[in-house]
Design a binder for this molecule. Structure first.
Ligand code: ATP
Length: 647
């Protein structure tokens, strides 16, 4: 048989089999054709492209005060003393510049006297003032820099902590809304940029203060000089905006590739996937994929280099022309007899100060505009998530004797069809209820509603008489122990992996007792530091558990809480038969004091439940005792049970 066009026939390797026979095996697909390049991925978080593309000098001038105010608010909230130090130093450095220029204005006419010795004698007090003012200005800059360095780590921690905490407190509804992860990512960029913004703000305000001082001195020398100075703002400003736009476009065009490359990097380097990657010879393709992303980023960055060079060259040339203009104006005033040569010298010094200040203002103004957009995202996201955190009611609930679904249904925000159609269901304390159904039937959604993780879109879920939509969420969760389908493999000590989420009791006796109940005590005794052993292979000194072993601390965690509502979503899917048996035996023993709900696809485990609720496409199709349902004609549970036996 011939191989398809473009593909090589799979080579066959002859190896010696047992008993002297030769066995033919297909060799690894070493020379397999390279696949197509990964598709261009679009990143929905790039909401600022238009803002940056369309930005005029006026837009920037309007937005920058807002960015400055937001940065000041952040700085003030983390360290008032340092924030005030920076502002004070900026003002003093401006005063120092004005004093220095004034002193130069006084010294120069005296230095220009016919006898240099005599001139110097008269000029030195003013020169001394100029030198002290310059040194003072430099000292203020250094102190402002020191204060910024003290402020920056605090800003970084505060912004990061706020975001992480809000993510942990956000209503799950927020996670399901369209574009949440994009907004979250944009906010994260904002929190990272907040530190840059403090630096940018310091340099920008310093530029503004210096400019104001120099402009005051220039105006006092001759009002015309101020006009020339203001004229020079326009070309410098335009150049700054265009260069910032080019930078931003490169940033924007490489953002998707950089984002997915960063995500893929974790997949390629984590120990979790190292086995799969090697044994399935995935490396060549993944290397090709990663290389393609690197090339994409590299290529686009190089594309931006040329226009950036042209714009900066043009802007520098125009700036040169205007610098000449600023120097020519005092000369013209001297020639016209409107200004002395000595004052013209002062004007040149003041013009140079103003020119440097303008450069800072334009450069850091553009950067602040850009970074400010992200800081704005940060605050928008923080406000959005805060509103979802406080959206629930304030009624505090006690451990329920009964949970009732009263026509309770739910549709995910991104979906048209309900994941759960309105259902009526009552669960009583002491009962073990098994939830059964095919993939996507709505079991996890029902669990989210009964534990108050999500509130019902229609109808109500009541814990005794309290509608969970009006309840204080934290007070509900205090009574819940949940083993979700995907549990956390927390990179913490074994002890914390069991006690996580509740206050520690004195001693480890309860921890060992619960470890015994989930059949984990032997494993814990085998760990080098027992309960102190760090359960994370990737971290130095850590220890790894097997997949099934990891499900035990998750069950132990829920049992350790001793909750009034115990919910387990496929808790034993990776466990061996002994582990599974132990867990279900314990669940039965614990049942009298609580409401227990178990989701499982292993239908033999369902026998231990008092009642089985079968979900089908978001509706309760049948419920009752396991034996009765299996025996009933046409029952879904009977069909699924028969299929599980027919393997
Ligand atoms: N966060 C979500 N956003 C949008 N749709 C979702 C979300 N979670 C679940 N769904 C959808 O809701 C429906 C019910 O899902 P659910 O997870 O409740 O099913 P399940 O019975 O637990 O399935 P499985 O047995 O596979 O765990 C499915 O169609 C699923 O695609």
């Amino acid at each position: 048989m011939t191989a398809p066009r473009g593909e090589k026939a799979t080579p066959v390797v002859e190896i010696a089999g047992g008993l002297g026979r030769t066995v033919s095996l297909p060799a690894a697909r070493d020379g397999a054709p390279q696949p197509a390049a990964p598709p261009e991925l679009d990143y929905n978080g790039r909401r600022h492209r238009r803002a940056m593309d369309d930005a005029t000098l006026m837009d920037m001038a309007r937005r920058i005060p807002r960015a400055l105010a937001q940065t000041a608010r952040l700085a003030w909230s983390v360290d008032r003393r340092m924030a005030a130090t920076i502002v004070g130093c900026q003002l003093l450095s401006g005063v120092a510049t004005a004093v220095m220029l004034g002193a130069v204005a006084r010294a120069l006419p005296r230095l220009a006297a016919s006898d240099p010795r005599d001139g110097l004698t008269h000029a030195w007090p003013a020169l001394a003032v100029a030198i002290v003012a310059m040194a003072g200005g430099a000292a203020m800059w250094i102190i402002a820099d020191w204060a910024t360095r003290r402020l920056n780590p605090k800003i970084a921690s505060a912004a990061d902590l706020t975001l992480v905490d809000l993510h942990m407190r956000a209503d799950l509804f927020a996670y399901d809304t369209e574009g949440f992860s994009d907004r979250s990512q944009a906010a994260e960029i904002g929190s990272l940029r907040a530190v840059d913004l403090a630096d940018d703000a310091k340099t920008l305000t310093n530029g503004l203060v210096q400019l104001a001082s120099a402009a005051t001195v220039l105006t006092s020398l001759h009002p015309l000089l101020l006009g020339v100075l203001l004229l020079s703002v326009i070309p410098r400003g335009m150049g700054g905006v265009i260069a910032a736009r080019i930078d931003y476009r490169v940033h924007d065009r490489t953002l998707s590739a950089r984002t997915v490359r960063g995500m893929m990097r974790w997949w390629l380097t984590t120990a979790d996937l190292a086995d799969e990657l090697r044994a399935n010879t995935m490396r060549p393709y993944l290397h090709f994929w990663y290389r393609t992303m690197c090339d994409r980023v590299e290529g686009r960055e190089l594309e931006g280099a040329r226009p950036y060079l042209l714009v900066t060259l043009l802007a520098a040339s125009l700036a040169g022309v205007f610098t000449l203009g600023m120097w020519a104006s005092p000369a013209a005033l001297v020639l016209a007899g409107a200004m002395s040569a000595a004052l013209a010298g002062t004007a040149v010094v003041a013009s140079r100060t103003a020119g440097r200040a303008l450069n800072s203002i334009v450069r850091y103004g553009a950067v602040m505009f850009h970074h400010g957009l992200y800081l704005n995202d940060y605050y928008t996201f923080v406000d959005e998530v805060r509103s979802t955190v406080t959206a629930r009611g304030a009624t505090r609930v006690e451990a329920p004797r009964q949970i009732r679904f009263e026509g309770a249904g739910y549709t995910y925000p991104s979906k048209d069809a309900p994941a759960l159609h309105p259902v009526d269901l009552t669960l009583d304390r002491g009962e073990v209820v098994a939830l059964v159904g095919e993939n996507g039937a709505g079991k996890s959604t029902l669990i989210r509603l009964l534990t108050g993780l999500t509130t019902a879109g229609e109808g109500a879920v009541r814990w005794d008489d309290t509608d969970l939509a009006t309840a204080d969420a934290e007070s509900v969760w205090r009574h819940v122990g949940l083993v979700p389908q995907r549990t956390g493999r927390w990179p913490l000590a074994a002890r914390e992996n069991i006690t996580l989420g509740q206050p520690r009791e004195d001693g480890d006796d309860r921890i060992w007792a619960v470890a015994n109940r989930v059949g984990m005590d032997d494993t814990l005794h085998g760990l080098p530091g027992r309960l102190d052993t760090l359960l994370a292979r990737s971290v130095w000194g850590g220890h790894e558990l097997s997949g099934g072993q990891w499900q035990r601390p998750a069950c132990a965690r829920a049992m350790y809480r001793g909750p009034a509502v115990l919910v387990l979503d496929e808790p034993t899917s990776e466990m061996d038969a002994r582990g599974e048996h132990t867990i279900f035996r314990e669940l039965r023993e614990m049942a009298p004091d609580r409401i227990t709900i178990v989701v499982t696809h292993r239908l033999d485990d369902v026998r231990m439940a008092d009642r089985v609720v079968v979900l089908d496409q978001g509706r309760i199709r049948e419920q009752g005792r396991f034996e009765d349902l299996v025996a009933a004609e046409g029952s879904l549970l009977g069909e699924l049970h028969a299929l599980s036996k027919d393997r």
